[in-house]
Design a protein around this ligand. Structure first.
Ligand code: 6GU
Length: 247
């Protein structure tokens, strides 16, 4: 996978040299290029913003630096070497909310580009211009406001990067985690069995794998019902077993 990030704060992305994503880069599974949008602003002050037409608070990012920057990284001829359209992701509190199913889809793409806006946003014509050159998807992390798209893009790069085939040492750990089956993860415990007067649930020490699986499934359902009732409503009934339905 190739990722290009466009930002006026490239320093935000220095963390991608470490951790899981850093390892993927070393192993050649992932290539990340960070671009300073100001390199594509050619006035003396390297201006990337201007006042909004129609008035109102704040500043809007100008179209020209964006088209020039994106052009420098979009594939020649419009398609990736394996014939896919590049995917241009635009972080915005006005986007569609990102989830694990979306992370899975995006992990199968060959080329992702992130357009990190600041201020009140990017001139909307950039979105139209880019739609002729890439699949453009505005996305949000949730219903709250960040100052810019950098932190949101980092979150997506981590969520997507760890799903790239060959990235996670033990692929089974991807199957059992929160959200992969539409439920939150069950609680986990390690030694000692008793700590500060608090005991590990005895079923986990029973050695009965059937009982352990059943208990963990019940804890997932219980935790999801109390913390995220919205996820219970979205559950696929075909994926539940008889004992789940009794819970
Ligand atoms: Cl993707 N961008 C910004 N600026 N704020 C957000 C967000 C994204 N997701 C939640 N809040």
């Amino acid at each position: 996978m190739r990722i290009d990030v466009f930002t006026i704060f490239p320093e935000y992305f220095s963390v991608l040299d470490i951790s899981l994503v850093g390892k993927a880069r070393e192993r050649g599974l992932l290539e990340v290029h960070t671009h300073d949008l100001r390199d594509h602003a050619h006035d003396r002050h390297r201006t990337v913003d201007d006042t909004p037409y129609g008035g109102g608070a704040g500043m809007v990012m100008k179209a020209q630096p964006w088209s020039e920057a994106l052009s420098s990284a979009l594939p020649e001829g419009g398609l990736t070497p394996s014939g896919q359209r590049p995917l241009l992701l635009v972080p915005s509190p006005a986007g569609k909310v990102f989830d694990q199913a979306t992370a899975q889809e995006w992990s199968e793409r060959e080329h992702l580009l992130f357009a990190c806006g600041r201020y009140e946003g990017i001139d909307e014509r950039v979105i139209e211009w880019a739609a002729d050159r890439a699949e453009v998807v505005p996305f949000s992390l949730g219903d709250y406001v960040l100052n810019g798209g950098e932190v949101a893009s980092l979150a997506i790069i981590e969520a997507v990067g760890r799903l790239i085939p060959g990235m996670v040492g033990n692929p089974a750990s991807l199957v059992e985690e929160s959200h992969s089956d539409g439920l939150l993860e069950y609680p986990v415990y390690t030694k000692p069995a008793s700590w500060e007067g608090l005991d590990v649930p005895p079923v986990l020490l029973s050695g009965d794998h059937g009982k352990v699986d059943r208990a963990r499934r019940d804890w997932q359902l219980e935790r999801t019902s109390t913390r995220r009732p919205d996820l219970i409503e979205k559950l696929d009934v075909a994926g539940l077993d008889k004992k789940d339905k009794a819970t």
